[in-house]
Design a protein around this ligand. Structure first.
Ligand code: PA5
Length: 465
């Protein structure tokens, strides 16, 4: 497998090279790198204790080989695997599958990820399934998420009707090794099950059985995915300061977030294959860093709103805002790497206005569009960082994913927040449960009563004419 290069260009984030001097100065970068290196060492200690268990995932090679073998045996019996899960239990699988070219999964089975409880969409997806040859992978670290449990209970009803007593063979559970309702049900009904290491948070779990089992079923070479992640970990562990991409990126991002209050992180991904990767990243960045920081009785709201857009398409919808709207954003481009297929452009008429396209390839245009957008933003002094895996295969995607995870964790540490919890999400989960009558969440009913007092509402009768 070709390993290629993963390049990071941060020229337009540097003060010296930024047209209006609005980048990070050498002095600030040096200070950020020194602090980053120190915090990175602290995170290293959290690998073994605490909640930074995701760092160890690339080293579960034996378990991963088992998962691959198991997935191969599953494919002999089922042609489709459906993931039932939400947030960190679903996005990573979609991200990796989406980023890899179809041909890498030639031998794979069909994988569907159902990460919502929109009944119409659920019905549409279920209608495409032959339940006799479908296995459902119910994934929930906590084992108690209402959306996932509801999907699961609906599916058990469908399976019982279609396959009778053998319905249990169509369920595989991925959850905490000991705790939670899902673990309990796995024991009671004898479902096949996989563990989510307790020290690994949902959005950091794609390289655990959460992502590995469905990905292996889809035909992804999960061994190479982990190999890429291990390689990136080696670089993170063995490289000093500026040469360390994790420390470098975290120092730059923390600077723009904290010192210059850039409140939006735009991920401009230049490939249709990166739509889901961008969704995954937005969760990782948003949920890990969007936190209340309490200091001396004051609450500081930290974080950046992640916005994922796809190039070149978004040039014709968002770029105007990025060029002339508020200068409150930092831009990260993900380059497409090498294309596998290309087309020659032959204009129908030798017209001066399209002559420049003559003899060019579609990929030439794509690359020119990306560079033109980077330079356009640079012309306005907007900070731009370009990250590009030069090949799009499991090794490179594994390295890229692990890079993003390490950068997110370290940026959290630099900002003084806990990147591994999500109290805001938990509150929403409890309100949902209270609304549906969960006795254990009863104390939230008062909040709900308060919110339900209608103060401003307007209804437009669409049947009036
Ligand atoms: O990153 C996280 O922790 C969350 O997005 C969770 O993945 C999400 O809420 C689903 O939780 P669970 O896996 O416990 O069902």
């Amino acid at each position: 497998m070709k390993k290629g290069v993963l390049s990071i260009d941060y020229s337009f984030a540097l003060k010296d090279l930024n047209r209006f001097g609005m980048g990070i100065s050498h002095r600030d970068l040096k200070a950020g790198l020194a602090l980053g290196a120190k915090k990175n060492k602290e995170l290293f200690l959290e690998r073994v204790s605490g909640s930074a268990g995701f760092y160890s995932l690339p080293y579960f090679e034996k378990e991963t080989r088992k998962i691959s073998r198991f997935a191969a045996s599953l494919r002999r019996r089922f042609d489709t695997l459906v993931v039932l899960g939400i947030g960190g239990s679903a996005l990573g699988t979609s991200a990796v599958m989406g980023a890899l070219p179809e041909r890498t999964r030639r031998k794979g089975g069909r994988v569907l990820v159902l990460d919502n409880v929109d009944p119409d969409a659920f019905e549409k997806a279920v209608a495409t399934l032959d339940l006799k040859s479908t296995v459902f992978n119910v994934i929930s670290k906590s084992g108690s998420t209402s959306e996932t449990l509801s999907q699961f209970f609906v599916v058990t009803g469908l399976l019982k009707r279609k396959v009778g007593d053998r319905w249990k063979e169509h369920i595989i559970v991925t959850t905490d090794p000991e705790k939670g309702l899902l673990r309990n049900l796995a024991g009671k009904y004898g479902f096949l099950s996989f563990p989510v290491p307790p020290s690994v948070g949902g959005r950091f779990s794609v390289l655990s059985p959460v992502g590995l089992l469905p990905l292996a079923f889809a035909g992804v070479n999960v061994g190479s995915l982990l190999e890429g992640a291990r390689y990136m970990d080696g670089i993170n562990l063995g490289t000093e300061k500026e040469a360390n991409p994790v420390v470098l990126l975290a120092a730059i991002y923390a600077h723009f977030m904290e010192d210059t209050r850039k409140n939006t992180f735009v991920l401009f991904a230049y490939s249709d294959f990166f739509v889901k990767l961008s969704d995954w990243f937005c969760q990782l960045w948003g949920e890990s860093l969007g936190k209340e920081k309490k200091e001396g009785g004051r609450i500081d709201s930290i974080g950046q709103t992640p916005v994922g857009v796809i190039g070149v398409t978004a040039q014709h919808s968002q770029l105007q805002l990025y060029m002339e709207g508020p200068d409150d954003k930092v831009y990260t481009f993900i380059g497409p790497g090498k294309f596998r297929k290309d087309y020659s452009i032959k204009p129908l008429k030798k017209d001066e206005s399209v002559l420049f396209l003559s003899g060019k390839k579609m990929a030439d245009l794509f690359r020119a569009e990306m560079d033109a957008t980077i330079y356009s933003l640079a012309s306005k002094g907007r900070p731009v960082i370009v990250i590009e895996p030069h090949v799009r295969n499991e090794f490179a995607i594994g390295a890229l994913i692990f890079l993003f995870e390490c950068v997110t964790a370290l940026t959290g540490k630099l900002l003084g927040v806990n990147p591994f919890d999500q109290p805001g999400v938990e509150y929403g989960k409890k309100l949902t449960r209270a609304m549906l009558g969960d006795k254990m969440s009863i104390k939230f009913l008062e909040d709900i009563e308060e919110f339900r007092k209608v103060r401003g509402r307007c209804e437009i009768n669409l049947e009036a004419n």
